[in-house]
Ligand binder design. Structure first.
Ligand SMILES: *[C@@H]1O[C@H](CO)[C@@H](O)[C@H](O)[C@H]1NC(C)=O
Ligand SMILES: *[C@@H]1O[C@H](CO)[C@@H](O)[C@H](O)[C@H]1NC(C)=O
Ligand SMILES: *[C@@H]1O[C@H](CO)[C@@H](O)[C@H](O)[C@H]1NC(C)=O
Ligand SMILES: *[C@@H]1O[C@H](CO)[C@@H](O)[C@H](O)[C@H]1NC(C)=O
Ligand SMILES: *[C@@H]1O[C@H](CO)[C@@H](O)[C@H](O)[C@H]1NC(C)=O
Ligand SMILES: *[C@@H]1O[C@H](CO)[C@@H](O)[C@H](O)[C@H]1NC(C)=O
Ligand SMILES: *[C@@H]1O[C@H](CO)[C@@H](O)[C@H](O)[C@H]1NC(C)=O
Length: 454
C-alpha cells in the first residue's frame, strides 16, 4: 500500500466516522446476533462482537442502546458505532465494566480467525478511546465461552474453552485480570468446579462469585424446545462459590425445584441481592414444560420457579443478560423470532412475588430498591427521565471533536486496522470454513440448530 493511498484511506475513514456520528439518529438494524457481549456503561448498553445465525462473523459490531430514556422493545433505537470499532471480528468473548474509574469496557479473549487480535481491548466510551494495552505478567491463553465478572476492579475469568487448531480443551483455571494496574494473576483451583464453559456466573454482595451449570462436551439441541439431543450438560444440583477476597472455592448443594442440567443460559443477581435468576440456554428435558426461568434463593440454596405474568417470550440461547434499573434485560441470542419477540426482552424483577415480562422500559428505579444495586449514574446528568435522547449523540460528537488530537491518532489507528481487516476478509472466510469443518463443533452445532430436527 503506497503512502498516498494510506493517507487517502485514513481520510476516508475520518469522513465515515464524522458522517456516522452525525447520522446516529437514523435507525440502525443489527444483524441477528449471538455470542456477543453486552456491557452497561453510563446508561448505555453496548453490544460488541458476535455472529449471525450461520456463524459468520459480524463485521459491523459495535452499537448501543440508550437506557436513560423509556423505550419499547418493538421499536429499538440502536446507535451504531461500528466505524469506531477497533476489535477484529470475534465471538464468545468476555466483557465487563472496569478500569481505574470503573467506566471502561474491558474485553478479553473470544474466538477469532484473526491472528492479530489482542487478548485484551479497552474502550473508554466517554472519550472514544480504544486501546489494546500491554498487560504485565504472562498469559498467552485465548479462552472463549466464558463469563467475566468484575469484583473490585479485577476481572475473574474462570474456565472456558481453548482451541489449538485441532482440539478444543475445556478448562477450570481461574485467570484474573487486574483492570486497574493491568496485570495478570491466577486464582486458586483447589476445590474448583470441573472444567467447563458456557456456565452462568454472577457476583454476589459478599464478594463471592457464583458459578452454575455449563458444558464440557460437544452438544446438539432441538431448536424449538432447546432440549439436548446429543451430548450432555452439567448439573445444577450443586453450585460453586469463589471467594474473591480469600481466593478459595466452596460447593453448595442445592434443593427445591432444581432445574435440569443446562448450559449457555444467562444469570443475574436479583435486586435484593438475595437470589440469582437464570434464563434460557440448552437443557436436558426436565419432563415438564420448562419456563427456562428459575430462581436460586441464596439464603438456603433452594431453587424455585418464580410466578410470572405478561406475554411469555420464546426461550433463547447464546443471549446475554444485564440488570438495568428494575429489569433483567436479555439481549439477542438465537432460537427466537425477532419480529415477534424483538431482540431485547424485559423482565421486571422489582417484585419477587411476581416477575413481569414487558415490552416497555421505564428508566425510573423504584425507591425501595437499594441504590447501590441500581444502575450507576456516574455522569452528573439530570433525572434520567428528562434527558432527551439527542443528548447522547451530542456527547459523542463533543468527545470526537474536542479531543481532536487524540481523535486523529485514534482514527489513524482505526483506519489501519480497518484496512487490514478488509484486506483479510477473504482469507478469514477461508479460515472459518477450515476451522468449521476440521475441528469446529460449534460450526456443527450451529448448523444443526438451523436444520429442523423432527
Ligand atoms: C420509534 O421510535 C422513534 C424514536 O425513538 C420514534 O420517532 C418513532 O415514532 C417510533 N415509532 C413507533 C412506531 O413507535
Ligand atoms: C465496579 O462496578 C462493579 C459493579 O458494576 C463492581 O462489581 C466493582 O467492584 C466495581 N469496581 C470497583 C473498583 O469499584
Ligand atoms: C488432539 O486430540 C487427539 C485425540 O485426543 C490427540 O491424539 C492429538 O494429539 C491432539 N492434538 C493436539 C494438537 O493436541
Ligand atoms: C496490581 O495490583 C494488585 C493488587 O490489586 C497487586 O497484587 C499486584 O502486585 C499489582 N501488580 C502490579 C504489576 O503492580
Ligand atoms: C476461605 O478463606 C477464609 C479466610 O481464610 C476462611 O475463613 C474460609 O473458611 C475459607 N473458605 C473455605 C471454603 O475454605
Ligand atoms: C428457602 O428460604 C425461603 C425464604 O428465603 C423460603 O421461602 C423457602 O421455603 C426456603 N426453602 C427451603 C427448601 O427451605
Ligand atoms: C417495591 O414496591 C413495590 C410496590 O410498592 C412492591 O411490589 C415490591 O415488592 C417492592 N420491592 C421490594 C424489593 O421491596
Amino acid at each position: 500500500m503506497s503512502k498516498n493511498s494510506l493517507v487517502y484511506f485514513l481520510l476516508w475513514n475520518l469522513f465515515q466516522l464524522l458522517f456516522e456520528v452525525n447520522c446516529q439518529m437514523t435507525p440502525f438494524k443489527p444483524n441477528i446476533l449471538l455470542a456477543h457481549t453486552a456491557t452497561l456503561l453510563d446508561n448505555k448498553l453496548y453490544i460488541l462482537g458476535g455472529t449471525d445465525a450461520k456463524l459468520n462473523f459480524i463485521q459491523k459490531d459495535l452499537f448501543y442502546l440508550d437506557v436513560s430514556v423509556p423505550f419499547n422493545t418493538q421499536n429499538l433505537s440502536w446507535q451504531d458505532l461500528s466505524n469506531i470499532d477497533l476489535v477484529p471480528p470475534h465471538y464468545f468473548a468476555a466483557a465487563i465494566k472496569g478500569g481505574a474509574n470503573n467506566d471502561t469496557l474491558i474485553l478479553y479473549g473470544g474466538d477469532t480467525s484473526d491472528k492479530t487480535m489482542s487478548l485484551v481491548y479497552t474502550f473508554d466510551p466517554q472519550r472514544i478511546v480504544w486501546d489494546n494495552p500491554k498487560i504485565i505478567g504472562v498469559n498467552t491463553i485465548r479462552k472463549f465461552e466464558l463469563i467475566g465478572v468484575n469484583s473490585n476492579g479485577k476481572m475473574y475469568l474462570f474456565g472456558g474453552v481453548t482451541f489449538d487448531g485441532v482440539n478444543f480443551t475445556f478448562l477450570n483455571d481461574m485467570l484474573i485480570l487486574d483492570t486497574i494496574n493491568l496485570s495478570w494473576g491466577i486464582g486458586s483451583v483447589v476445590n474448583a468446579p470441573t472444567a467447563r464453559s458456557s456456565y452462568g456466573a454472577t457476583l454476589l454482595p459478599n464478594n463471592n462469585i457464583i458459578y452454575i451449570g455449563g458444558v464440557n462436551t460437544v452438544t446438539k439441541y432441538d431448536t424449538k424446545t432447546l432440549n439436548i439431543i446429543q451430548g450432555d450438560v452439567l448439573t445444577l444440583n450443586e453450585v460453586y462459590l469463589y471467594d474473591t477476597i480469600n481466593d478459595n472455592w466452596s460447593t453448595k448443594t442445592t434443593s427445591g425445584k432444581i432445574p435440569s442440567n443446562r448450559a449457555i443460559f444467562s444469570t443475574v443477581l436479583g435486586l435484593d441481592g438475595q437470589r440469582v435468576i437464570i434464563y434460557g440456554g440448552e437443557f436436558n428435558n426436565p419432563g415438564y414444560l420448562d419456563t427456562t426461568l428459575y430462581v436460586l434463593d441464596l439464603t438456603n440454596f433452594s431453587w424455585y420457579i418464580p410466578k410470572i405474568s405478561g406475554k411469555i417470550p420464546s426461550p433463547r440461547i447464546y443471549h446475554k443478560a444485564n440488570v438495568i434499573g428494575k429489569y433483567m434485560v436479555i439481549s439477542f441470542g438465537t432460537s427466537y423470532d425477532d419480529v415477534v419477540d424483538g431482540d431485547i426482552l424485559l423482565l421486571d424483577i422489582s417484585n419477587n412475588d411476581e416477575y413481569v415480562w414487558t415490552t416497555t422500559f421505564d428508566p425510573t428505579v423504584p425507591n425501595n430498591i437499594s441504590s447501590s444495586l441500581s444502575p450507576p449514574s456516574s455522569s452528573p446528568s439530570p433525572s434520567p427521565t428528562t434527558s432527551p435522547t439527542s443528548n447522547a449523540p451530542a456527547a459523542v460528537i463533543a468527545g470526537a471533536t474536542v479531543g481532536s488530537l487524540f481523535g486523529v491518532i485514534l482514527l489513524s489507528f482505526g483506519g489501519f486496522l480497518l484496512y487490514k481487516r478488509n484486506k483479510n476478509k477473504q482469507k478469514q472466510k477461508d479460515v472459518m470454513q477450515i476451522h468449521g469443518s476440521e475441528g469446529g463443533y460449534r460450526e456443527q452445532e450451529l448448523t444443526t440448530n438451523h436444520e429442523p430436527i423432527i
